[in-house]
Each structure stands twice: as C-alpha cells, then as structure tokens.
Design a protein around this ligand. Structure first.
Ligand code: HEM
Length: 885
C-alpha cells in the first residue's frame, strides 16, 4: 500500500474551498458526466471519459457519427457514439470544422458535437500538458490526478455545461433537503440547484447535457419511512412513480433510458432505494456519499460525493490547524460503535493507554472533538454502518491527514483527486497494525513539496528588503505559526522564526543539530572549511581560529592597521563628489582582512590577484551547484583553486623568510607554526577568514551609513561622540582600545544596523536525532533553518521593530536569544569583534570628515545574501573644519 502524508498547505487549498465549492465541485463531477459517452443502446455499456485513456479515435469520427442521419429522438434506432475523440493538433481548426458540421445537425447532435470538441480539448490539454491562463484558478500539485485535464475540463464546464432540473414534485421531499445535518451535502446541492438557476441550470431541457431528478432520500426517509419497519418500500414506490411521471411527461428519460439523468443522495439508503428503478440504478448517474462498490456503486458512471456534517450550517472555526510538527497525537478517532469496522477498531485500540493512539467511543469530559482533530497528525476515518464518513472532510478541514479504513469505498471525486497524495488508506485487516503503519510513514512524506526537488526554495529565496520578513515568511508564519515545515534546498525542512527554538538549535550544535550547508557551498569552500566541517574536526579548527583571533588582537599593529586602511580609503575620496559606498567599504574590509591574515598591503601585487579571484569565488558561492564550465559555480571552483595556489605560494615564501628574518607573530606566522593542520586546512583557514571578513563587514558598514543618513539625530549624536574622542587626541595619534571603549553610541548604532540589516538571515542546520522541543517534533535528518531576521524583526521582542532606533540598545539588554547577528553557541562568529572595530573606526573618520546623502534611493535587499542593488551611491560634502586625518 502506498501511503503519503500531505502538507497542510495543500490540504488547505482543498479544504478552504471545499464547502463553498460543494456545488462547483459537484458540477465538476457533473462535468465528468458531460464527458460520459451516452449510449442509447440498451445493450451498450457506458465508458466514462478517462483523461488517461489510450483510445485513439478521432474527433472526425465522433463528429461523423454525430452527423448521421439517424435521429436519436426516434429512439427505436440505436444511436451510439462508440469512440472518444482524440484531440486535434489545432483546436481552432477543428472547432471551425465542427461548426460547419454542427450547422446541419439537430439539437441533440449539436450537443454531442459540442461534447466531442470539449473531450478533444481536455485530451489535448492532458497530452500537451498545457494550462490556459485563468484569472481565477489554475490547479496544480499532486492532489490532482491530472491537473491539466482537470483545468481544461473545468473551463469547458463553465463554458458549456447545462443541467435541466425537473420541476415535478413538491416540497418537502422534492426540491428540498437538509442543510444542517450529517446529510447536509444532499440538501446543500439541491438548494443550490434551486437557487442558482442561471449559471449551469437551463430552463430549456433541449439545451441540457444532463437532467437532475431533484428528490431527497433523506426527506423521504423522514416523511415516508415507518420507524423500525425496516422497509424502504414506500420510498421505493415514490421514486418509481416519480420517474414514471418524468418519463411520461418528457421525452428525455426514455430517449436515453436514463443515461443522461442523475440523482444525488447522501443517505446510507441512497444506493438501495435507487434500485427500485432498475434503469436509475444501472444506467443513470448516481451521485452518492455511500459510494460502496459492493452495493452496486459503479465508478464508471456513478460519482462519489463527500459527506459533510454541518452541525450549525457553517464552518467557522473548523478550518485550519497547526503544522504537523506541533501535533503531539499520532492518530485520533472518536465515534460510536456503528458497524463491524468500528467494532474492530475500538476493540483493538480503545482501551490501550497510548498517547500516540487516541481512540474513543465517547470522548472524555471536557475534551473537544475539534481540538483533538487539530492536535492529531492522522485522523482515523473508519466506515460506520456504511462506507462514507463525515470525518474525512472534518479531518481535511482541521488539516489532519485522513486515514480511510473501509472496504469497497470509492473516495469523493476520485476521478479528479489523487487521494494517495493527501490521505492514507488502510485495509480493514490491518487495523491491528495502524500504529506501525502510520509511524512508518516517512517524515519526508510530510509537507507540500511543491516541485519535487526544489520544493518552496524559490519562494523562500525570493528577494525582499533586508529589514523585512519577506512574503514567504510573512505568509507562512501567519498561516502556520513561528515554526513550520517546508521543503527547501532539496530536503524536507523545519523553519524556525522562534527565538527560543533558534537559540536551542544554536546551543545544541553537534548534540542534536549539525551545521549543514548546501552542497554548492561545500564545492566552493572546500571540504576543510570551518563552515563545512563538523564534530571533532570543527572543534580543532575552531579552537585554533579563536587562538589566532586572540593573538592577532593583542598585536600592537592590529588597531593601527585597521585605522590606517580606513584613512587611506577616505583620503582617496578627496576631490570626489560621489562614491559608490559599497565598493569603497569592500575595498576597506578586503584590505583589512588581507593585511590581518596574510600580512599583505593593498600595493602588493598578490592583493589584486587574490581580490580578482575572490570576487569570482564569492559569485559562485551563491550560485547553483552545477559544475558546467562557464557557470559562476564552475568559475568559483576554479577561482578557489587559484586562490589556494596563491596562498600556498605566500605560505611557502613566508616559511622561507621566517627562517632568516625576525618573526612577526602575525596570523600567517602562527598558522605556519601549527603542526596539526594539513596544507588544505591551512588554505581553507585563510579562505574562511577572507570570506567571513570581507562581504559581511562591508555590508554592516553600508547599512549603518544608510540608516544614519536617514536618521539625522542619530548621526548628530554619533558625530558628537567621535568629536569628543577626537579633541582629546593629538594630531595623527591613532585610536586605541580605550577610545574604542568610549564609542558607546557607536556600538548602539552598529547593533541596530545589525538588527535591521540582517546580514545573515538564517543559518543551515540539520537534525541529527529526532528532537522534541516544546510542542514541536523535528525529525532526524531534516534540514533546520533558524531564521535570525524573523527574531530581529519580531515586534513582540523589539518595540517598533521595523524602525532604526539605536537608543533601544541603551536600555535593551542584548540577550543572546533575541539578537543573534553573529549566530551563537559553538559556531558563534569568531570575527564579530573585528567586524565591529572596523565599522566603528571607519565611521569615526567618516563622520568627522564628510557629510553625505543618498545620490539615488537604494535599499539593502536580502537575496537572501544581502546586497544594495545600486551599491549605495552617496553624494559627498567634505567637512573642512574638523578633519581627523
Ligand atoms: C558583520 C560581520 C559579520 C557577520 C554578520 C557574521 C556572521 C556570522 C554568522 C551568523 C556566523 C555563524 C554561521 C553558522 O552558525 O553557521 C559566522 C561564522 C563565522 N564567521 Fe562571521 N560574521 C561577520 C564577520 C566575520 C569576520 C570579520 C570574520 C573573519 C575574520 C568571520 C569569520 C567567520 C567564521 C570563520 C565563521 C565560522 C565559525 C564556525 O563555524 O565555527 N566573520 N559569522
């Protein structure tokens, strides 16, 4: 048996529409009816139009047959359309041919020719996989047997389909039905047909494709059945009389022997009472909730219809529920002991004390049935006395996966809907194994996986301003809460926008979760990169990185190097009216990191070479992982090889020099002296530092500059702070750690820029065990993405979260949970302080030497890597009075 668990999103699209669409969906069923080949020959069998039919008969054939001189209305002559139409290559051409033929036909022939064209169009859509633009609705997804055929069929239905409703018969048993009971779908349909006379209903029976017999079995049971008599004869006789009247007053029943007529019933007795009229049972289309093949339901001509229990008449409060990870119960059922299947189910599971399996004959006091549906991942829908159960729709409403347990049941709209994609079907004999079967449904079967591999990745990566959540997160959070599942980066994924869970994920690195970047990143960074390695290797590399950071920080040149590079960049602005700030900031951070790590100055030829290769490397890092020559990815892999060659040469040169020259004690020298690193690891180390220290820090500077430009008060306060430091310094005296400590407001500005700018929107992790956190269940092997931006922009954690307001950091504690721009736990960014120092020192000289304003509007965008599309062009105005250099 194939089972699958469909993500709520898909189910929602079905459930939300389901009630309102009862009529439309029925009409859709009726559209199947339209494409039923109508036989006027008593002995000819029906063949329902099948979208996947391999019958290759031509439209021409169909039209020719339709165009025979044999009049169907003579009825005595058999009139048989035996073949389905094959869609023509060019539909308009066929349509015009058809029009010519139709002109010579009588009304019925016209109808048949119209149907043949519709059939051809549906078949063509199915074969060519074409979808017509439709402003209202274009179906897609695995829930459809064939979305293309369905869409075309639906459009054809809207264009063409007409139902004639017989007016004979009086209320309450005709033209009327219950709308607030377990049989409400019967009443709803009848009422819709009575009210909605215009759209699909025709007053002219000659124009109809199908004829509706508007009797209600439920009402007949209410008014005609003698309680406890166990006899349905009175109902049967009424139906016989009714069909006789229809046959004698109108030509249509006898013309087709009932084949183009349909009845609808949700009552359990629908099938049996229809047997009182053999033609109704054998030939007519019976739309039944009790779609039981062992009771004569014939899927080739009958249609299965959902049973919907509308207690109050509407569905308020019934729709929706949390995502599967927040549903603690595996399977739920509550219902009376009706029929042998329920007996087996209750006997097996009712008295078992198992939190996973909540099976009740009567729900315990105070437990809400609807809440239980929303708490459960699977909702058991066993047959009662008959096969249909309103639980199927109730489960779908609550976004719980229905588990159909029945014999001989054809689920609703099976011609259109692929039930295997959103339900589980368990044979009655497997009732004892329900728990095992449901527990074994692989976690990867959860979720609306959209495209088979990419899932929702493209929607997730859709660009948005970096100080916003983006439409994907906004929609999903409001729909499913702060933690939800999806399929991203080729894997089922849990996305967390919850500060507690994010923090928990970061802290439990290597215990419950592990860093897991996409393979594209592995290919470019190399297998020894710190972002790629895990476990012991990561620990070893990381402790080395931290000791390197500590020792370079304590070097006397550390701050001076940073400051002198800042001064160099700003000095190059002299005489310029405009600059593209992002480019300038990148120059600055690149020169700083190359100096810090490799000891190179901007003038060294290797610096330019590394920069060129590094840019290609960066582009590939975010590209798609296809190693095809010429793609950014391939160029990045090649660039990495070149950088690695350059770095290896530098290492060699330094090794030779350090033998004869004085030791510098810088990053490279320490790296050289380490014995427990392979050559590849040393190169990766340098690359990690270049990568980490370049783009991220330059972006932080750009975001701070842009926000300050829009906040004159903050800029003024920042300037004052730096001015106060400046006046205490001698000419050409460098900034020191004491000065840095005095830059308190600068720190607030930097924090706020980090919070608003969200340079690292999320990080990649995977669960290495099944993890339960609060009410969430994170399956082992799933990708887990803690989204930092969602926490940074959460209004409940940061007042006026969307506003740049550096003063919030004067009072707001920087709790690690709600502010994680540098990650957290064992992978907390080792370069965080360098990034802040660089930004602070650059801002110091910038605000003391220049005024600026945006030359054209620009905004940091999350692609999701953050970028200013125009590079943040600034108009400059030098401040002559108080230059700092
Ligand atoms: C504004 C600037 C920066 C931001 C926003 C930033 C952000 C981050 C974040 C969020 C992580 C954690 C990644 C994860 O958990 O998967 C990280 C890790 C890292 N960062 Fe930074 N970073 C910045 C600057 C730097 C600098 C300047 C360097 C180098 C000098 C650097 C080197 C690294 C390295 C090597 C790691 C990997 C740490 C590990 O896996 O243990 N970063 N950074």
């Amino acid at each position: 048996m194939k089972q699958s668990y469909k993500k709520p999103a898909l189910i929602i699209s079905f459930s939300l529409s389901s009630l309102l669409l009862v009529l439309l969906t029925i009409l859709l069923v009726a559209s199947l009816i339209v494409y039923t080949e109508v036989s006027f020959n008593d002995s000819a069998s029906f063949s329902l139009w099948r979208w996947n039919s391999t019958n290759n008969d031509t439209l021409k054939e169909a039209l020719l047959i339709t165009n025979t001189s044999t009049s169907p209305s003579s009825l005595q002559e058999p009139f048989l359309i035996t073949n389905e139409a094959t869609p023509p290559a060019s539909l308009p051409l066929v349509a015009s041919t058809a029009t010519k033929i139709i002109k010579r036909c009588n009304k019925l022939e016209k109808i048949e020719a119209g149907l043949a064209i519709a059939r051809a169009a549906i078949k063509q859509a199915s074969r060519n996989k074409t979808t017509l633009e439709d402003p209202d609705y274009v179906p897609k997804g695995a829930i459809y047997q064939n979305a293309y055929a369905f869409h075309r069929s639906y459009l054809e239905m809207e264009r063409l389909f007409k139902i004639y409703v017989y007016e004979e018969g009086d209320q309450p048993m005709f033209h009327n039905g219950p709308c607030k009971s377990i049989y409400s779908s019967e009443g709803r349909f009848i009422h819709q047909m009575e009210i909605e006379k215009g759209r699909f209903r025709t007053e002219n029976p000659d124009n109809a494709h199908v004829y509706f017999l508007p009797f209600s079995v439920v009402m007949m049971v209410q008014y005609l059945y003698k309680p406890d008599s166990h006899s349905t004869q009175s109902i049967g006789r009424t139906i016989i009389d009714y069909v006789d009247i229809i046959g004698s007053k109108h030509p249509y029943w006898n013309r087709s022997l009932g084949a183009d007529h349909f009845m609808l019933s949700c009552h359990d007795w629908g099938p049996s009472v229809s047997s009182y009229v053999p033609k109704l049972f054998d030939k007519s289309i019976r739309v039944l909730c009790n779609a039981n093949t062992s009771e004569g339901f014939n899927p080739a001509k009958d249609a299965s219809f959902p049973e919907i229990h509308l207690k109050t008449g509407d569905i308020t409060g019934l729709i929706g529920g949390p995502s599967a990870s927040r549903r603690p119960v595996l399977a739920f059922f509550a219902g009376r002991l009706h029929g042998h299947i329920r007996y087996l189910l209750l006997e097996q599971w009712k008295n078992i004390k198992d939190q996973d399996m909540q099976v009740y004959e009567t729900l315990p006091e105070g437990v809400s049935y609807n809440e239980m549906l929303k708490k459960s991942r699977f909702c058991l829908c066993p047959s009662g006395y008959e096969v249909a159960s309103p639980r199927v729709v109730e489960a779908i409403y609550a976004e719980c996966v229905p588990v159909l347990i029945s014999d001989h049941y054809i689920p609703p709209f099976s011609d259109v809907l692929n039930w295997k994609s959103f339900s589980v079907q368990i044979p009655v004999k497997d009732i004892p194994n329900i728990k095992k079967i449901l527990s074994n449904i692989s976690q990867s079967q959860y979720g609306s996986f959209g495209w088979p591999l990419l899932g929702e990745t493209l929607a997730f990566l859709k660009p948005h301003t970096s100080n916003s959540l983006g439409s994907f997160l906004q929609h999903h959070c409001s729909r499913y809460g702060k933690v939800f599942k999806s399929h991203l980066f080729f894997s089922p994924a849990i996305i967390s926008c919850d500060q507690e869970l994010n923090y928990f994920i970061l802290l439990n690195e290597d215990k419950l979760f592990q860093c897991s970047y996409p393979s594209s990143i592995h290919g470019v960074l190399g297998k020894s990169s710190m972002l790629v390695v895990v476990g012991e290797t990561h620990k070893r590399l990381r402790s080395l990185a931290l000791s390197l950071v500590t020792s370079t920080k304590s070097s006397p040149d550390y701050l001076n190097d940073i400051e002198s590079i800042a001064i160099q960049i700003l000095a190059s602005w002299k005489g310029k009216n405009t600059v593209t700030f992002c480019e300038e900031a990148r120059k600055f951070t690149f020169n700083v990191i190359v100096k810090q790590v490799l000891g190179l100055t901007p003038e060294d030829p290797q610096t330019t070479k590394i920069l060129e290769d590094f840019l290609a490397f960066m582009k590939g890092l975010i590209s798609f992982p296809l190693y095809i020559p010429g793609t950014p990815y391939a160029r990045a892999v090649q660039a990495r090889t070149r950088i690695s060659t350059t770095v290896k040469a530098l290492v060699e040169e330094r090794r030779r020099r350090s033998i004869v020259e004085n030791k510098k004690g810088d990053f490279l020298e320490i790296l050289l002296s380490v014995n427990n690193l392979s050559e590849d690891e040393k190169v990766s180390f340098v690359l990690d530092a270049l990568l980490g220290g370049y783009e991220t820090t330059s972006l932080l500077m750009a975001i701070a500059v842009q926000c300050l430009g829009q906040s004159p008060i903050a800029l003024e306060q920042l300037k004052k702070e730096h001015h106060n430091i400046r006046i205490l310094k001698k000419k050409d005296e460098y900034l020191n750690w004491e000065d840095y400590k005095k830059m308190e407001f600068t720190q607030n500005v930097i924090n706020e820029a980090l919070r608003c700018g969200n340079i690292v929107k999320f990080v990649h992790r995977k669960a290495i065990k099944d993890v339960r956190f609060k009410e969430y269940l994170i399956p082992s092997g799933w990708k887990v993405l803690p989204v930092f931006s969602a926490v940074h922009l959460d209004q409940s954690l940061h007042d006026n979260a969307l506003q740049f307001h550096p003063w919030r950091w004067e009072t707001q504690g920087q709790t690690a949970k709600k502010f994680t721009p540098f990650g957290g736990g064992p992978r907390f960014c080792p370069g965080s302080e360098l990034a802040k120092v660089e930004t602070a020192f650059f801002l110091y000289h910038l605000v003391l030497n220049f005024r600026w304003k945006a030359e054209e509007p620009d905004q940091s965008m999350a692609y999701p890597y953050v970028e200013f599309p125009r590079g943040l062009p600034l108009k400059l105005d030098p401040i002559i009075s108080e230059p700092s250099f």
